[in-house]
Design a protein around this ligand. Sequence first.
Ligand code: HEC
Length: 145
Amino acid sequence: MNHKLVRRGLIALALVLVGIQLVRPARTNPPVAPANTLSAQVDVPPPVDAIFNRACADCHSHRTRWPWYSEIAPVSWLLTHHVNDGRQKMNLDSWDDATSFKDICREVQSGAMPMKGYLILHPDATLSPQDVQAVCAWTQRASGR
Ligand code: HEC
């Protein structure tokens, strides 16, 4: 390999990595209106509430704990996209009936949620079989209201 070429390539890569830092998507945490939360509208027992806060709230609430690496492109682009997308599908702090309880149970039962990549960095968000059962038992009760 030609060393000069490798060096040029690395410098170009470094410049690109610096340059993309200029594109900074907004990392938002909109204010929480107590009347709009899930628990204001549906009875959520404390154990289920705790599961949601531990394993879902970073992407499905207005209380995202933005990690330091969410400042760095291109990771920042990916994370803000996940959070915006997640909030649109299910928002614990801006609950609307469009979110189906059945979907929640299906997502946790299949292991699709919490997202795999998230679990690598947040192993404490892993759901036990008991957690899944608690969530699904609750969705059944909640949808029968
Ligand atoms: C790392 C971010 C992240 C975490 C953590 C997370 N989600 Fe999601 N969730 C998303 C994204 C992004 C989407 C939209 C894309 C998709 O459906 O895969 C989504 C979609 C969903 C949907 C809608 C699925 C559909 O097909 O419409 C439900 C329901 C859901 N999540 C529930 C949960 C629950 C319950 C938890 C916690 C146990 C959780 N999520 C944790 C990011 C996350």
